[in-house]
Design a protein. Sequence first.
Length: 139
Amino acid sequence: MKHLLALVSGLIFGAGLTVSQMVDPQKVLNFLDISGNWDPSLIFVMGAGLAVFGLAYFLVIKNRKTAIFGAAITLSNPAGINRPLLIGAAIFGLGWGISGICPGPAVANISGGDPKIAVFVVMMLVGMKASDFLKKRKL
């Protein structure tokens, strides 16, 4: 049941990304191009997502100790802004700004058969493995 719920949640998330056109790299690049062909429509998509999550957090998640299937809910305790956070954020931002693709929409868009998306997903997986490798080596 847990895997079915995860699958359904992922499908709904992917459908939302597709309907909102966040899987279209050009739409995202136009959103990021505030001095040129700016398309502010994704602000409403992001705002709606934040509003839904905020409401769900305060009404459902905040006061719960366990998730639906009994796993403990643990909220992160941020250690503050540090070097790895800044480097990771910069790499993510540069990649998003250059390609117009971020991980969620890329996975939702992989079935489209676009070679650029496939290359992005492969390189994302390589980056994740490299990150794990570097963490184990304490670099």
